[in-house]
Design a protein around this ligand. Structure first.
Ligand SMILES: CC(=O)N[C@H](C=O)[C@@H](O)[C@H](O)[C@H](O)COP(=O)(O)O
Length: 226
């Protein structure tokens, strides 16, 4: 197994992302958020956008999973090979890309995309999947790690309030590549449950790095209690 993937075993990766138009959408802000996460014990960082990836790679000495969300199509996480190559060149050790079975905008297969990233950049690939079958196919396509990132975010998967730990468990049983639990992990207890379900590593974003959403959780709980 690759040493960088081995380093993430049973550890926390913090996803540092702000969305278009938000006050924290700024590479230097995300760099600081990533540094703060590293101080708290994050073993890896996940970051979106070439500028954020470059800023974080320079400042934070941890494995960096990079992605580039682009376009309005169904496939928006690092949708094409060109996006993936740019993410690697910006400094990501691992390129996270759409690992679903949906057609990619550049017409390449997942296997072709993974092979080209490996050959042309030396970066690893994390396939962001939504279902068990997609995770199995992504492992066969050569992905270095498989994430549950898109479970609940496709037309054919259901979004529950919490993480899809059943998918984590089924993937961990079925495939030999490390399974990363990602998506709607909102509490430390859920992160621990993901490990018990068989996750190699756990990615937490919103619950650590998105104050607008976290504030909303508190505000709405209080509104319900008024
Ligand atoms: C579906 C999609 O676009 N997921 C994105 C992927 O990078 C991010 O918006 C999420 O914040 C990330 O996956 C971490 O998940 P959570 O924020 O739920 O802990």
């Amino acid at each position: 197994m690759n040493a960088l993937v081995a380093q993430l075993r049973h550890r926390l990766v913090v996803s540092c992302q702000a969305y278009p138009g938000e006050p924290m959408r700024d590479p230097d802000t995300m760099r600081r958020v990533a540094l703060a996460a590293a101080d708290g014990g994050a073993a890896g960082i996940r970051a979106q956008g070439l500028a954020d990836i470059a800023a974080i790679r320079d400042a934070v000495d941890l494995p960096l999973i990079g992605l580039w969300k682009d376009g309005d199509d169904d496939v928006f996480i690092t949708p094409t090979l060109d996006h993936a190559l740019a993410v690697a060149r910006a400094g990501a050790h691992v390129v996270a890309l759409d690992g679903t079975s949906r057609p990619r905008p550049d017409g390449r297969t997942l296997a072709e995309t993974v092979a080209a990233v490996h050959e042309r950049t030396g970066a690893l690939v994390m396939a962001d999947c939504a279902t068990l079958d997609e995770g199995i196919a992504a492992a066969e396509a050569g992905a270095d790690v498989v994430g549950t990132t898109l479970a609940g975010y496709t037309s054919y998967t259901r979004k529950g309030p919490g993480p899809d730990l059943d998918l984590v468990a089924r993937l961990a049983r079925e495939i030999d590549v490390p399974v990363v639990a990602e998506g709607r992990i909102h509490t430390p207890a859920q992160a621990a449950q993901a490990l018990r379900a068989g996750a190699w590593a756990v990615v937490v974003g919103t619950a650590i790095t998105h104050p607008t959403t976290i504030t909303g959780w508190f505000a709405s709980a209080m509104a319900d209690a008024r």
